[in-house]
Design a protein. Structure first.
Ligand code: SF4
Length: 254
């Protein structure tokens, strides 16, 4: 029997998920192939406090306005040396009221040209991952830890991250997501304030001031190492199950 290609498996899972998403009318929960998704086991020592009983009412217009204020405050930013080589400041995109946020490390060439995060090949894969979760690019919020392209797609340097981080914090505060998916080690280390490798961080939730963070592999890394897609998909399934547990429904009905 031929070995299953993890790439094909992810896409097949995506298609199956889209076909078989079933919404329970009574409970508001949703299931795959008629069976509710299992709540993920919380790894020992990584327990995150249960969600508060009720989230305060969201005000999308106010959140959108907050993001506009943050963008205006940013201006034509020259706070770090990345400004010298950028073509665009790549601000976040998506739903200002999104309960699910994705944070990458920085814009690449296509993102720099188009002024939007995750629009190159890695972005196409991220879109597929988001859709496999039952969400859409427009219904989540996508951004990076630095908003200007590091030359040659190198990792952002500590001084660059430090200069841009107040604006990342401001966006997180404005959107107020329930869960953040950190894409790759630089994003995870920046959000969690540590220096651990992504392999040690992924696969479990980390608490960040009351917001759950799930580190996983960056889509660009998955393009180079497609065997890792299986682990990334496992991380995203934990996110899906946790959103369900929090009572957050995806907008995509399949
Ligand atoms: S990366 Fe951030 S801090 Fe640096 S110039 Fe761009 S917007 Fe400003």
């Amino acid at each position: 029997m031929p070995a299953v290609d993890p790439v094909d498996e992810l896409f097949e899972l995506t298609r199956a998920l889209r076909r078989n998403l079933v919404r329970h009318a009574a409970g508001g929960a949703w299931a795959v192939q008629g069976e509710p998704m299992a709540r993920p086991a919380m790894p020992a020592g990584e327990a995150v406090e249960p969600a508060e009983a009720a989230e305060p009412a969201r005000a999308p217009a106010a959140r959108s306005s907050k993001l506009e204020v943050i963008r205006a405050e940013l201006g034509e930013c020259t706070r770090c040396k990345l400004h010298a080589t950028r073509k665009s400041i790549v601000f976040g995109v998506g739903d200002p009221d999104a309960p699910l946020m994705f944070v990458g490390e920085g814009p690449g060439e296509q993102e720099d040209l188009r002024g939007e995060p995750f629009v190159g090949r890695a972005g196409e894969l991220l879109d597929k991952m988001i859709e496999a979760m039952g969400w859409t690019r427009a219904s989540v919020y996508i951004n990076n830890i630095v908003m200007c392209r590091p030359p040659g797609n190198r990792n952002p340097q500590p001084d660059e991250v430090a200069s841009c981080k107040p604006f990342l914090e401001a966006r997180i505060g404005a959107v107020a997501p329930r869960i953040i998916v950190a894409l790759g080690r630089p994003a995870a280390n920046t959000l969690l304030g540590n220096d651990a490798p992504i392999s040690a961080l992924r696969g479990k939730f980390h608490d960040r001031n009351g917001v759950k963070v799930m580190p996983t592999f960056h889509p660009a890394y998955l393009l180079r190492e497609p065997d890792k897609k299986r682990e990334a998909w496992a991380d995203l399934k934990l996110v899906m199950a946790e959103l369900q547990r929090l009572g957050v429904e995806p907008p995509h009905r399949g």
